[in-house]
Design a protein around this ligand. Structure first.
Ligand code: ZN
Length: 361
């Protein structure tokens, strides 16, 4: 919860520190940038610093005053973290988390059943909190993580709160996909940009701070495109080897027949825990995308060769496969049956890989 815990985001943090030092804190901010580069941690650091009663001249929280102790314990009554149920489970976040577990009868659209949305009920609760007096001296702060997961109804409700922000209140949205938020929301928030962390900086951090083997850290950072959060999640949920095996199969799709492809998809989907299927498959799609990008550009081929029997799939099929990944991503987000989504994607990829292999002969 300290700015000094966040690496590779000097510009964003410098900007935030100067707002805190001067006391000129915007009522609404949006932190944009790739996932896993420290947006949510920085938002918590801002919340801690804004309410800290003994902050440093640099605008950092002290870590030991009454307010900081509550932030650390996740029990500060005026700081709330809002996120979808799916993300809360995945990230193991703690504290005052509003996930809107109860559905709101006024919200009837199908997507409100998904664990990957932030519902209108959550934003209505937020509105109530924000209009009350703070419980402690200081600011009422709400962090809405992955704000692109707000439903249409929730977005409308949030807009109302952003239009008339209560005094001494701060709302921070974080998102890796700002274009999925309407302009009306974005234009009311000060944008703070987060950048991908250079791979070397990120892998150094993982090996020194998390004691990870250096080679493994380098690989995880590459696969997660410089996202420390993603790299740590992959290591924690032990999905790396599973994902690498799947990518190895992708690299040999042009040699597989249709039955083998379907059998592989079936085995693959069944080996993922039911509750984790969609998030695990979305993580896999990100990494298949990295593999195709590397195949198209020829970078990191040594790394893939070490982990991947099939090697580089070649630029031509790789380029045509990006759209299959995007289609699969959209379908998973719409709660289409994961196995059907993956079957369609792998079969399309297989066709593209075979067509490219045939044209070479
Ligand atoms: Zn403090």
């Amino acid at each position: 919860m300290f700015f000094s815990d966040i690496i590779g985001q000097e510009e964003a943090i410098g900007n935030l520190r100067s707002h805190i030092r001067s006391g000129d804190i915007p009522h609404a901010m949006i932190f944009t940038g790739p996932s896993g580069v420290g947006k949510r941690s920085t938002a918590m650091a801002v919340a801690a610093a804004v309410n800290c009663t003994e902050k440093s001249g640099e605008g950092d929280s002290c870590g030991h005053c009454a307010s900081c102790s509550k932030v650390k314990a996740g029990s500060h009554p005026d700081i709330h973290l809002l996120m979808s149920r799916d993300r809360a489970e995945e990230s193991g976040a703690s504290g005052h988390i509003l996930t809107g577990l109860e559905s709101d009868p006024r919200e009837s659209s199908d997507d409100t059943k998904s664990p990957r949305v932030i519902r209108i009920a959550v934003i209505r609760d937020l509105e109530l909190y924000m209009n009350r007096k703070p419980m402690e001296e200081g600011w009422k702060i709400a962090i809405i993580a992955d704000a692109d997961q707000l439903t249409v109804g929730a977005t409308g409700a949030l807009l109302k709160t952003l239009e008339e922000p209560p005094g001494d209140s701060l709302i921070i949205l974080t998102t890796a996909s700002p274009s999925r938020l309407p302009d009306t929301i974005r234009s009311r928030c000060r944008n703070i940009r987060f950048t991908p962390i250079p791979e070397e900086t990120a892998s150094d951090f993982l090996s020194t701070k998390h004691g990870m083997d250096r080679e493994r850290a380098k690989m995880l950072v590459h696969l997660s495109q410089g996202s420390i959060g993603k790299a740590l999640r992959m290591e924690e949920n032990k999905s790396t080897d599973f994902i690498l095996e799947a990518v190895a199969r992708v690299s040999t799709l042009h040699r597989m027949n249709a039955t083998d492809t379907l059998t592989f998809t079936d085995k693959f989907c069944k080996s993922v825990k039911r509750t984790e299927t969609a998030s695990m498959l979305l993580a896999l799609l990100d990494i298949i995308e990295v593999y195709f990008r590397d195949s198209a550009t020829g970078i990191w081929s040594e790394g893939w060769n070490k982990n991947n029997n099939g090697g580089n799939i070649g630029a031509e099929p790789a380029l045509s496969c990006f759209e299959f990944i995007e289609e699969a991503r959209k379908s998973l987000n719409l709660n289409v049956n994961p196995q059907l989504v993956m079957e369609a994607m792998f079969m399309n990829m297989r066709s593209a890989a075979r067509a490219a292999a045939r044209s070479k002969v």
